[in-house]
Design a protein around this ligand. Structure first.
Ligand code: WQD
Length: 345
């Protein structure tokens, strides 16, 4: 099998992808600066797979540090690059932090790949690049809209950097994966989402409200042009998402790419509103989530969901996990976190 470098491999999607890679027999090296994640995650990965990935505590914006790391780990076949800051609201407050981190980390990797003879890159992008699409569902050919946040802009810029780099040098092969809204946790409840401080995203806020960490969920607006007035998103299970990365990696390593740069939407094709998610979470887990409707959140788009048919066909990948199971896994993970904090208190 192959040797894969995973940046931000102790992060939410990164850690779930490391598990899937290891379970398929790939050797994994994790690079992470632990800015937004916890080294404990390596224990969770090891409990699931029995293999503790090699770990390098390095910041991807540190060119020299990354170069030396590649000297230590020869014959890497591919890089899966997750490392990026991703809080939309924070990016509006701290744009330079986002531009420097998200763009420089990618540029460093692209400069170092030919130096260390690494041809393949899977890049973590986001449906944010589409902004508010005029036509739904969104396909890979849907146009970019002006980004509504520096975070979204960094994803658009990074995709253009990859496109220009590949256009200039056929050495590189890349697959760009545009995630919709990742949710849920591994069925083992050994790894899951670890939001830093107050969660930005809906699901961790729901689970923290259900367990009593948060008093109530604020629903940002119910005056949108949707059936119940709340925003619609395509919520995709994090394990399904992780499996798509393994499919993309295998496609590159088995030389199945139709050209050196391919882009895939990773969604379920199903749009659900905020209120629908809340109600389903309560039903599946038999808990209450107190919430209050408040004003809209700046930067939110009204509705977006994927047309995942291209990924289904070309990657041979399809979101499998029933939403009920995903929402259950999110709740099991939150309860596991509560147990752990009691033990360490
Ligand atoms: C979803 C819906 C909120 C919190 C972001 C990134 C995207 C991707 C996923 C990386 C919206 C509503 C939320 C709350 C709420 N990240 N909401 N109360 O903004 O769609 O996408 O995360 O790949 O790139 O932009 O996700 O979970 O923040 O919001 O009402 O406390 O839930 O208004 O309608 P979003 P989200």
């Amino acid at each position: 099998m192959s040797k894969v470098l995973v940046t931000c491999g102790t992060g939410y999607i990164g850690s779930h992808t490391v598990v899937e890679l290891q379970q398929e027999g790939h050797e994994v090296i994790v690079v992470d600066n632990l800015f937004n994640s916890d080294i404990e995650v390596l224990n969770g990965i090891e409990k699931i797979t029995g293999i503790r990935p090699t770990f390098e505590n390095i910041d991807c914006t540190d060119y020299v540090g990354m170069d030396r790391m590649f000297e230590r780990h020869k014959n890497i076949d591919a890089i899966i690059h997750f490392a990026a800051y991703k809080a939309v609201g924070e990016s509006v407050e701290k744009p330079l932090l986002y531009y420097r981190n998200n763009i420089l980390s990618l540029v460093n990797l692209l400069q170092l790949m030919p130096v260390h003879k690494i041809k393949h890159l899977v890049f973590s992008s986001s449906c944010t690049v589409y902004g508010q699409p005029d036509i739904l569902p969104v396909t890979e050919n849907s146009p970019f809209k002006p980004a509504l946040s520096p975070y979204g802009n960094t994803k658009q810029i990074c995709e253009e950097i990859i496109r220009d780099t590949i256009h200039s040098n056929s050495f590189y092969h890349s697959i760009v994966l545009r995630y919709f809204n990742p949710i849920g946790a591994h069925p083992s409840a050994e790894i899951g989402e670890l939001p830093n401080g107050v969660p930005n995203n809906l699901l961790p806020f729901i689970t923290q409200t259900a367990i009593g960490i948060r008093k109530q969920l604020l629903v940002y607006g119910n005056d949108y042009n949707t059936p119940d007035g709340t925003c619609i998103r395509d919520y995709i299970d994090v394990v399904d998402l992780a499996k798509a990365h393994v499919s993309a990696l295998n496609r590159m390593l088995n030389h199945q790419q139709k050209n050196n740069l391919e882009v895939f939407n990773l969604g379920t094709g199903r749009g659900l509103s905020v209120l629908e998610i809340i109600k389903m979470f309560e039903k599946v887990n038999n808990v209450k989530v107190p919430y209050k409707i408040v004003g809209r959140r700046e930067g939110d788009i009204e509705k977006v969901w994927a047309d995942p048919s291209y990924a289904n066909k070309e990657l041979g990948w399809k979101a499998q996990r029933p939403l009920e199971e995903t929402l259950r896994s999110a709740w099991e993970w939150e309860k596991k976190l509560a147990e752990r904090s009691k033990q360490t208190a």
